[in-house]
Ligand binder design. Structure first.
Ligand SMILES: *[C@@H]1O[C@H](CO)[C@@H](O)[C@H](O)[C@H]1NC(C)=O
Ligand SMILES: *[C@@H]1O[C@H](CO)[C@@H](O)[C@H](O)[C@H]1NC(C)=O
Ligand SMILES: *[C@@H]1O[C@H](CO)[C@@H](O)[C@H](O)[C@H]1NC(C)=O
Length: 482
């Protein structure tokens, strides 16, 4: 039997420090309750987190909206909590800027990308006015993806089959790739230093390309045979990981060597569920987490240089299915608890943090679990990157994270503010060097603001009325059931 073979040939039993990693939901009082998560069925995570805030796409009448809560604001979320609601159509994707924990990008069915600045402590009134509106797509924007190392560089993909790389500081679409993809892009991933992009596309190809040279370096037709969406991410600059479906609709995960794309290095069948598997990869540990929308589990695997390359570790299971999932950047983790990942699972009516922990007896900092990791400081300016420069992320030791959450948060704040004043053009307090193309937008916006505010008030009143009616109806139904 398998067991006997393992016992007799010790080499078969792989040792891994991540073998016993376990997932645990946070206690009920550490969740965010009473939130109406968006019912729309896009394949994006619908949630983005950083060490300060959790942002979630929520139900909204009229346009699209997302809610932003400071991490510490757990518990019941008041119905009157203001949201970010400047888009005129539903939202498809949101992502925090890796270089400024107060800045977030949103992509919407209204064909625009908007960049928002969230004040410390969260919103006290609805936010309708973005810092910048990025206009250039002609159909709904389904993906927004910040550059990992260059400040103010953002990639977006839309149903017009285009990928645009923006200089967010000036509001310009600097690179427009309108011939690279023959259909809708399903996923977009930067490599480690942000010199390359990897995409999966409805035209059944995955591509690795240099966006500044407009040059496709690698291309693979049908990494998975099925017709459902594929996702692709870089593992390192020579390997990519894909999730997809077999011809028989089984879900699969595969690893590819870019130099030998004929056959996968590894291809594993998982189950027959229908949710697209979102991969979240931690380069520091080599662990990849797969979360399917509609699943109630998170599976995790370790990627190594030894066969079969993708090693199943374990699965976090629960009863309730996930509507979306946020993934905390490494610098936001509790290192003194040996936390190696934290997810923010969206339920229909709440957001529940789930912590992945390596069991260790010692309280000391575990440097083998926490190599220096990407910090918030950008390595390049947008202009440097567009001119052809590359740089790896500026690393941060997490040893300083071995303190209470409060002072760690303060530390991050300081870094981010430093970055902001030094480099981010759109955050210049005087606003005087705000680039020309934005000026026009701003004036229009101010003129419209008043009418928007009154519209929002009307909407709020309507929502409250409906909410009252719903709860009355719920009570009636309950009585009937009794
Ligand atoms: C990247 O992948 C190659 C090919 O398998 C491997 O030899 C190398 O160790 C990996 N590099 C890093 C930095 O993980
Ligand atoms: C960035 O990554 C590319 C692709 O692997 C590599 O060719 C280049 O040397 C890297 N540049 C820097 C500065 O790290
Ligand atoms: C902010 O704008 C002012 C006025 O244009 C300029 O003098 C100053 O250098 C800018 N500061 C930064 C940090 O860009």
């Amino acid at each position: 039997s398998v067991f006997l073979v393992s016992a007799m040939t010790p080499k078969v039993v792989r040792t891994s420090k991540f073998r016993h990693v376990f997932g645990q939901p946070m206690k009920a009082d550490q969740c965010y309750d009473d939130i109406r998560i968006s019912q729309s069925t896009g394949d994006s995570p619908f949630c983005s987190v950083n060490p300060k805030f959790v942002a979630m796409i929520v139900e909204a009448s009229g346009g699209g909206a997302f809610m932003v809560l400071p991490l510490s604001k757990t518990g019941r979320v008041d119905k009157a909590t203001p949201v970010v609601c400047g888009h005129t159509a539903p939202l498809m994707d949101i992502e925090w800027c890796p270089h400024n924990d107060n800045v977030i990008a949103s992509g919407s069915e209204d064909c625009t990308v908007m960049i928002w600045e969230i004040p410390d402590g969260g919103l006290t009134r609805p936010l309708t006015d973005p810092i910048v509106t990025l206009e250039g797509h002609s159909k709904r924007v389904s993906i927004v993806c910040w550059h990992p190392t260059a400040l103010n560089v953002l990639a977006s993909a839309a149903a017009d089959n285009m990928v645009i790389i923006w200089n967010v500081g000036t509001g310009e679409a600097v690179i427009t790739l309108d011939e690279t993809h023959q259909d809708v892009v399903y996923s977009l991933s930067w490599n480690y230093n942000g010199s390359l992009l990897c995409t999966s596309c409805k035209d059944k190809k995955i591509r690795v390309f240099d966006p500044r040279q407009n040059k496709i370096l690698y291309e693979k037709e049908k990494p998975h045979e099925g017709t459902r969406p594929v996702r692709a991410i870089f593992i390192n600059d020579s390997k990519i990981l894909t999730t997809g479906f077999s011809r028989m609709s089984e879900r699969q995960v595969a690893l590819w060597d870019l130099k030998h794309l004929g056959e996968p290095m590894s291809l594993q069948e998982l189950d027959t569920s229908s949710g697209v598997l979102l991969p979240f990869y931690d380069r520091d540990t080599g662990v990849v987490y797969l979360c399917g929308k509609g699943d109630s589990s998170i599976r995790y695997f370790e990627i190594t240089d030894e066969q079969p390359y993708i090693h199943y570790l374990s699965m976090y299971g629960s009863k309730e299915s996930q509507k979306g999932m946020g993934y905390m950047p490494k610098r936001g983790l509790e290192v003194n608890k040996c936390e190696i990942a934290r997810f923010y699972k969206l339920h229909e009516r709440k957001c529940e943090p789930i912590v992945m922990t390596v069991p260790r007896k010692s309280d000391l900092f575990q440097d083998d679990l926490y190599p220096d990791t990407a910090g918030p400081d950008p390595a390049l300016d947008a202009e440097e990157w567009f001119s052809g420069k590359n740089a790896n992320p500026i690393l941060l030791s997490l040893k300083g994270g071995f303190v209470s959450t409060k002072s760690r948060e303060l530390k991050v704040t300081k870094n981010v503010l430093g970055t902001k004043v030094r480099k981010s053009p759109f955050n210049n307090e005087s606003g005087a060097n705000m680039a020309h193309p934005l000026q026009k937008n701003k004036i229009n916006k101010d003129a419209n603001l008043e009418s928007l505010v009154s519209q929002i008030k009307e909407l709020q009143a309507t929502v409250e009325k409906h909410e009252k009616r719903i709860s009355e109806l719920e009570q009636k139904v309950e009585k009937l059931q009794l």
